[in-house]
Design a protein around this ligand. Structure first.
Ligand code: NAD
Length: 736
């Protein structure tokens, strides 16, 4: 039999090697067609008396990344369409679709012939759930092998048997930890947990998998054997009595009840371990169907899975411009940002001329990479040779000669218009005529900087976030005159260094900083109202933000916030900043020298490690304090999210951001905006624009005009529109 996505070759021992190798895809993913073919292959293996058992593997360097975008999208589209027609039937249909994988994997598990999964590389989500249904699992010890059930990160959970098989193979605590964090396991960790049977050299993978079958592997899962016992004894043991109350508490602490997917994992494991296996699968299928219907799952899948991939693949790249092959770039300014930009570029195989005012400063910049490489080699994340190769790609320099053959220069010198002007002119004197100049400025509008350029069409902003090695987002900023070629090259560069870009039109603070300052400003208002600082910080975290707004101010630096406010006032006039906010910053910096984490004194005190940071007791003396009971924590949470979402809505209204996917993804990757909402605009769409506008009106009445809904929001509320409907990112493509 022939298949589109698989080959099945049976050897002389009667062992079928099923190799998954999808044409025209760099990674295997589950599609409806793939599942149909697996179904047919199971029938073939069962029906062919010449086949004793089967080994399932991948023909690509990775095993599989899990489900395909189009399949997930199709499921939601089907659900929405069916809901319009017949809501009850829609849920039944969703239940059936949600269970397709569950019962297909169960069919494989109970087909009567032994299956072994040979895991040769990254094995994620549904692909690992398929492996769990195989009777044997062998993994290669290659570094590229990463095993995970990461569904919780996109708002759902491992709903194809994952929550049932994992805790029947390993103890409940490790199972919960793995699934509620979505963390990746190495092959050896998976073996230690009992999730794979063998770890072997890459070239021994298939022979070892076949040997398991030759050695008489039983085609019966442990839980289908009579007398099967759950590892650790199940949930009615003294140990479990310790674990489960703590598990609920930890989940609450980590998620604040914001993630239905994470909660469902705990329920599935707890309830499932008390049920016979098939009933447990059905229970999991029910929870999966429920979670799929939540706004959180819908919004997170859209932003964190679909949109992120689409933006990463160049959704905003102008058509018709040849992909640029960036073998070498220049980075000017080898300070805090430039040094790290050089590192991430070299890590992507791009040669970098790293320039500073003198060779010593440039070499100091390269030393940052040397330290990062030494750390990675020490931790076994990089081989010595890889480290040496990376470092050999960075050439420190004190003049611009090395730029005569680059296609792109990233500028990261001091945030000073005059310094940048000198650098722009000096660089352009050497740079090839068709090369692109990208500035990493964080506050200076690109259009103004481009006035110093002889070729403003080739001038663009590429705004990195710190720490550059860790932050996944890069803002690409278009000046008034920036041309398509500059945008294409900038996006090719961002893709090459494996970050996600958002494309933003020029404005002060661009998109991310405009939004993030709202978060911090709201906290300054709260402080002035007498809200206890600890309550403000908790409200931020309970709303789903990674850090409280005062802690964030410390990280960014209180004196930098002061400097930025002063610059706003200097450029835009007194009205640009609330006087109370300016006064607070001045007091913190000028009176108390509290500059943030950088001088170990900000809204928090930062004692030497291992002591932990704690709120500065003096915060209480900044304003007359009220009691926590005087405030509603829910309202504080709303204020912190609504003010940011409103700013995002303003950027759409002003045409700064034009694609809602970018506003959403930018807000989550840029500053961790409550991921369960799907991002700033999904937060508004998720509750409905009308509800959001009503909420803004109430908050404006109580807390000030900055909560006033914008005209666009009022219009959208009146018309019953959503951001994704009004600014449909797919409409242009569909019309073309
Ligand atoms: P930094 O002070 O650490 O580094 C600036 C470097 O530029 C220094 O090494 C300096 O010697 C060098 N330099 C100054 N004039 C030069 C010249 N004429 N020629 C060559 N080199 C010169 O500053 P930074 O924090 O790395 O910031 C650099 C840029 O990145 C700024 O525009 C800043 O706004 C932007 N940025 C900073 C952050 C951040 O978190 N620090 C985040 C995003 C963007």
């Amino acid at each position: 039999m022939t298949y589109t996505n698989f080959t099945v070759e049976t050897d002389a021992d009667g062992i079928a090697l099923v190799t998954w190798n999808m044409p025209d895809k760099s990674m295997n993913v589950f599609t409806v067609e793939v599942m149909d073919e697996i179904d047919a292959i199971i029938d073939q293996v069962v029906g062919d008396t010449g086949i004793k058992g089967a080994v399932f593997t991948s023909g690509k360097s990775s095993f599989s990344g899990g489900a395909d975008l189009s399949m997930i999208k199709g499921m939601f589209t089907m659900m929405l369409e069916e809901k319009e027609k017949d809501p009850d039937n829609a849920i039944q249909k969703l239940f059936d679709v949600a269970g397709r994988m569950t019962w297909l994997w169960r069919k494989l598990e109970t087909c009567g012939k032994p299956w072994v999964s040979a895991i040769n590389g990254t094995c994620m989500g549904g692909a690992f759930e398929l492996s769990l249904a195989c009777h044997g699992r062998v993994a290669s010890n290659a570094k590229s092998v990463k095993i995970a059930l990461p569904e919780v990160k996109v708002g759902i959970f491992p709903g194809a048997g994952g929550t049932q098989r994992v805790p029947r193979l390993t103890n409940a605590q490790d199972a919960l930890q793995m699934m509620t964090t979505g963390a990746s396991l190495t092959a050896s960790r998976a073996k230690a947990m009992g999730l794979v049977h063998q770890v072997v050299e890459p070239d021994q993978l298939i022979p070892a998998a076949k040997q398991m079958i030759k050695d008489g592997l039983k085609p019966v899962a442990p839980w289908d054997e009579k007398g099967f016992k759950v590892p650790g004894g199940g949930i009615w043991t003294p140990a479990a009595a310790q674990l489960w109350p703590a598990a609920s508490a930890i989940l609450r602490r980590e998620t604040h009840g914001n993630y239905p997917g994470a909660l469902a994992i705990v329920k599935c494991v707890y309830e499932g371990l008390q049920l016979p296996f098939d009933t447990a699968l059905k229970m999991e299928q029910r929870y999966f169907t429920q979670v799929l219907q939540t706004t959180e799952a819908y919004s997170m899948i859209r932003s964190l899975f679909i949109s992120m991939q689409e933006l990463g693949k160049g959704a905003r790249r102008p058509a018709g411009i040849e992909k640029s092959d960036l073998k070498k770039i220049g980075v000017v300014g080898a300070g805090f940002m430039g040094a790290s930009i050089a590192y991430v570029s070299a890590a992507a195989g791009i040669a970098v001329t790293l320039i500073d005012r003198d060779l010593e400063a440039a070499a100091k910049g390269k030393a940052v990479s040397e330290k990062l490489v030494a750390d990675s080699v020490g931790k076994g994340r990089m081989t010595k040779e890889e480290g040496e190769k990376l470092l050999s790609l960075i050439t420190p320099a004190a003049d611009y000669e090395g730029l005569h053959d680059v296609k792109l220069v990233v500028e990261a010198v001091f945030e000073d218009r005059n310094v940048k002007k000198v650098v722009i002119e000096a660089v352009e004197a050497v740079l090839p005529e068709d090369a692109i100049f990208a500035s990493n400025t964080s506050t200076l509008p690109i259009t103004g900087l481009a006035e110093n350029s002889r070729r403003p069409k080739q001038f663009i902003g590429v705004h990195f976030f710190s720490p550059v090695e860790k932050m996944m987002l890069t803002e690409v900023i278009l000046g008034e005159k920036t041309g398509d070629k500059a945008l294409a090259v900038a996006l090719d560069y961002v893709a090459a260094i494996r970050k996600t870009p958002i494309v933003v039109n020029d404005t002060r603070g661009f998109y991310v900083n405009r939004c993030v300052f709202r978060y911090m400003n709201e906290a300054y208002d709260m402080l002035a109202e007498g809200v206890p600082a600890a309550m403000i910080e908790n409200a931020g975290k309970m709303a789903g933000m990674p850090v409280g707004p005062l802690s964030l101010t410390d990280e960014i630096a209180v004196d930098l916030a002061q400097k930025i406010m002063k610059a706003y006032i200097a450029d835009l006039g007194e009205g640009a900043v609330k006087p109370a906010h300016m006064a607070l910053m001045n007091k913190m910096v000028d009176e108390f020298d509290r500059r943030g984490r950088k001088n170990a004194k900000g809204f928090y005190d930062y004692p030497p490690k291992p002591a932990k940071k704690a709120l500065w007791p003096g915060v209480k003396d900044l304003y007359p304090q009220k009691k926590a009971e005087d405030f509603d924590i829910k309202v504080l949470q709303q204020r912190l999210l609504v003010t940011v979402a409103l700013e995002a809505a303003r950027t759409m209204e002003e045409g700064i951001v034009i694609d809602p996917r970018e506003a959403d993804v930018g807000s989550i990757l840029g500053f961790g905006f409550a991921p369960y909402t799907g991002g700033t605009l999904s937060y508004i769409d998720g509750m409905g624009v009308k509800t959001f506008v009503d909420l803004c009106d109430r908050l404006a009445a109580d807390y000030g005009d900055h909560f006033q809904p914008t005209p666009l929001l009022r219009e959208m509320a009146a018309k019953g529109e959503t951001f994704y409907g009004r600014f449909d990112p797919y409409a242009k493509k569909a019309a073309a």
